[in-house]
Design a protein around this ligand. Sequence first.
Ligand code: ADP
Ligand code: MG
Length: 249
Amino acid sequence: MIEVENLYKSFGDLDVLEDVDLTIEDGETIAIIGRSGSGKSVLMKHLVGLLKPDKGRVLVDDIDIGAIPYEELREVRKHFGVLFQGGALFDSMTSFENIAFPLNYFTSQSDEEIRERVLECLELVRMPDVGPKKPSELSGGMRKRVALARAIALEPRYILYDEPTSGLDPETSNTIDELITQLSDELNVTSVVVTHDMHSVFAIADRAAFLHNCHMHWVGPVDDIHKKPDEILDRFVKANEYHVGDPLR
Ligand code: ADP
Ligand code: MG
């Protein structure tokens, strides 16, 4: 379980998060939504200790990750798989080498064990054959899958996705949404999806947490978004429900 308590974060004069509370339950898929610049990525980075709160706490399984030494934080981070917005694959390495990287870095597994795990991860993202290919030889959706395979290599308990469908065409976006749902079921992980794509939110999330004006404006089951209308949330949802001009989504 992840608990964000009374979190404040500013950069210089810019207040990004104020008094943000959020509890993320084990096994759920929660979407962090809000318009561009609302602090979604900043909040996500706090969950894994990449940013430290100015005030407030982030507890991961009851450990205050802002208050522990780096060595311990590194241990906590092993429980997280993070899919960053750009994918952030190493361009000079093959897909196989990209996925093997965290296994080489964090574990003392043998080459054979690592090879088996890499192939397992490629199977999990439904791309068993791309191991030898470099990122530059793959489409945007395929690169996302390789990055996801790398993110799950260490068998995380939590997977964080930053805008997993941004920059993808609608059909590819749908397949990524399906994959997120499948992985959360198959791997029994807790998933946190940062997005402003409401189509994705309705397709994959159990709950949504809406950031607005630096505050956690609304948190609740996705099913309640239309049932318990909130004017500001409603406006956001309507503006982000469909990609403009796109009949598929
Ligand atoms: P989004 O909701 O689009 O993910 P972000 O969380 O990335 O928004 O950013 C929220 C605000 O914080 C933006 O105005 C952004 O420019 C600012 N910001 C984010 N990270 C930094 C940083 N490291 N230094 C200064 N400003 C930052
Ligand atoms: Mg962002």
